[in-house]
Design a protein around this ligand. Structure first.
Ligand code: TPP
Ligand code: MG
Length: 624
């Protein structure tokens, strides 16, 4: 079949399917894109020729910023439990490098996205083409090489003949739960337009079976021994539990053996929040309950977690525990010198269910009953803390989150909450009561300002059946608000709660705690002193949101927020609820986080911060 490379690519992508547990889905749901000379005549022409409307084989979506379109693809893929994603086409040069941040976010969070940056001429006849980076040491270096370290698979298609094998490799990595992340196929602009005679076989429907690897028997036996020799085990549930759709199995396993469960950001919602064994968030942004258990546990069973420094409180949290790590990726399973069980989470829990406590002659194994009872008591106390922190007459941030939480939990569909950076993720981790595992979509692997609205758009594309509420700080909003226009264009309805505290509350607090005087963390005019300490900025974000095509409501107190949310949730079009919360401290951090403080300074507050830092640093230990 004679087609251009780009036409062949588009044709191929529209015929890829993923399958898990017998359910088939489109693997590449559509193509987000911004055109320039590096992709308009190739991929752009190919999309146009196949008819890129909503009902076409590969629907096309115009986004506003290439970074944002990768966020949208991530939001979509994450809400689809990594079984389906989007392709992102960009021009060469800045369009391509704009995707680097999105690619890093995808790869760090282990979320599949397919990136198709244009690239400079393979023939080099017109070099240097507009936007080409010239490296005097080598002509085969291009700006797209910045995508290599943030991609789990990267290839440059310098000849049409290279396309089939690159496509097959790309699909394999996208659908491999252990390897997945950003996958990049860089497409030189001349090659995109070049015709070639492709085998028909390339374009047949292809099903990529997303595997559920089962545990190796010997590793399973070791895991069983580790569990049966523990008295005070604690499960740390990560995103892998949700991606594997193993929340029911987790609940069953925890209940059967009386094991309390702490959750990471990605794993939050794995257990119902009011389950007696749900200790809630664990780590630096964790609950007093989960963290107390973490300090005393003798075995930490990490399930589908990669143990970031927030989870381990920079390796100060888990007291004398040993680790048993259940993970589909050997890399993550091997962390903290743990006993490793490399397997799909659902399969691993299934195998453990059959094996733990079945040793002939031994009584069915359970955690120390006092431990389980203590966990239930602590979890109950934390639920009271949540109720305290989220109620009140003033619209503080915790109260705001409580109001949004209640509004979503009252919906028949449960809704989805989306957030990524600033002071909200920590409060959300500690205080949010997820109605079900699909409700909580906080991106905290890259904690990328600007993800919120663009990612929320992707979540809504994946879950049109649910109301999607995006929580966004003013700092994040100012970095990447423009995808509101994309949501309006697509008729994709979002509710955006814009939390304007006139700067960086999170980093402001952090700055003060490390002796950095809150420099550059409040939005103020440059004042007479020459510092950024003048009056408030005359910037009206509510008007800004309206200018992008959203309906805008303003809320000033908890009742006003309830009313505005009810209206926004009932609306058919994208609605922004603008809020200026009353400054207030949420519950204090229940565990440390390592942010190194200046070792010498003329500032007394820095020296005091350094003293505190050195004290806390003493608790840090490698887990060996
Ligand atoms: C792209 C990016 N740049 C910088 C940071 C570092 N950072 C983390 S939170 C934050 C401030 C966020 O401000 P805002 O969205 O207003 O939330 P707030 O802290 O006020 O709740 C910054 C600068 C980041 N996470 N992402
Ligand atoms: Mg802010």
């Amino acid at each position: 079949m004679r087609l251009t490379t780009a036409q062949a690519l588009v044709r191929f992508l529209s015929r890829q399917w993923s399958e898990r547990d017998g359910v088939e889905r489109r693997l590449i749901e559509g193509c987000l894109g911004i055109f320039g000379h590096g992709n308009v005549a190739g991929v752009g022409q190919a999309l146009a020729e196949q008819g890129a409307g909503a009902r076409s084989a590969l629907p096309y979506y115009l986004a506003r910023n290439e970074q944002a379109m990768v966020h949208t693809a991530v939001g979509y893929a994450r809400a689809a439990n990594r079984l389906s994603t989007f392709a992102c086409t960009s021009s060469i040069g800045p369009g391509a490098t704009n995707m680097v941040t999105g690619a890093a976010l995808a790869t760090i969070n282990r979320i599949p996205v397919l990136l198709l940056p244009g690239d400079v001429f393979a023939t080099r006849v017109s070099a240097p083409v507009l936007q080409e980076l010239e490296d005097p040491r080598s002509y085969d270096v291009t700006v797209n090489d910045t995508l290599r370290p943030v991609s789990r698979f990267f290839d440059r298609i310098n000849r049409p003949e290279q396309l089939p094998s690159a496509l097959l490799a790309a699909m394999r990595v996208l659908t491999d739960p252990a390897e997945t992340g950003a996958v990049t196929l860089a497409l030189p602009q001349d090659v995109q337009a070049e015709a070639y005679d492709w085998p028909e076989e390339l374009f047949r429907d292809r099903v990529w079976h997303v595997p559920r690897p089962v545990p190796e028997p010997a590793a399973l036996a070791r895991a069983v021994r580790a569990i049966e020799s523990a008295r005070r085990p604690l499960i740390v549930a990560g995103g892998g539990v949700k991606y594997s759709e193993a929340c029911e199995e987790l609940r069953h396993f925890a209940e059967k053996h009386g094991i309390p469960v702490g959750e990471t950001q990605a794993g939050k919602g794995a257990l119902p929040y009011d389950h007696p064994l749900a200790a809630g968030a664990v780590g630096h942004t964790g609950t007093a309950a989960a963290n107390a258990l973490a300090r005393e546990a003798d075995l930490v069973i990490g399930i589908g977690t990669r143990y970031t420094d927030f989870t381990t409180a920079s390796r100060t949290l888990f007291g004398g525990a040993r680790f048993l790590n259940i993970n589909v990726a050997a890399f993550d399973a091997a962390k903290h010198a743990g006993e490793t069980l490399v397997a799909d989470v659902k399969e691993a829990l299934f195998a453990l269910d059959a094996a733990v406590g079945r040793t002939v002659g031994a009584p069915a194994w359970r955690a120390d009953p006092e431990w389980s009872a203590r966990a239930a008591r602590l979890a109950g106390e934390w639920r009271e803390e949540i109720a305290r922190a989220t109620s009140g007459r003033e619209l503080t941030q915790p109260v705001l989150l409580g109001v949004v939480n209640d509004a979503l939990n009252d919906l028949p569909d449960g809704g989805v909450v989306v957030n990524a950076a600033g002071s909200m993720p920590g409060d959300l981790h500690r205080l949010w009561r997820p109605g079900d595992p699909d409700q909580y979509q906080v991106e905290y692997g890259y904690s990328c300002m600007g993800y919120e609205i663009a990612g929320g758009l992707g979540v809504k594309l994946a879950r049109p059946d649910r109301e999607v509420v995006v929580l966004v700080g003013d700092g994040s909003y100012l970095m990447m608000a423009q995808e509101i226009a994309t949501a309006v264009q697509e008729g994709v309805k979002l509710v955006v709660v814009l939390v304007d505290n006139h700067g960086f509350a999170s980093i402001g607090g952090l700055s003060e705690s490390v002796g950095a005087r809150r420099l550059g963390t409040a939005y103020r005019l440059r004042g007479d002193s020459g510092e950024l300490d003048g009056g408030p900025l005359p910037v009206d974000l509510a008007v800004n949101a309206a200018s992008l095509g959203a309906d805008v409501l303003t809320a000033r107190d908890p009742d006003g927020l309830r009313a505005a949310l009810a209206k926004a949730l009932a609306a058919r079009t994208t609605t922004v609820v603008y809020v200026e919360p009353v400054p207030a401290e949420g519950p204090p951090a229940q565990a440390w986080w390592d942010v190194p403080v200046a070792e010498v300074s003329r500032l007394p507050e820095t020296r005091a911060a350094r003293e505190r830092y050195e004290e806390r640093k003493r608790d840090q230990r490698p887990y060996l």
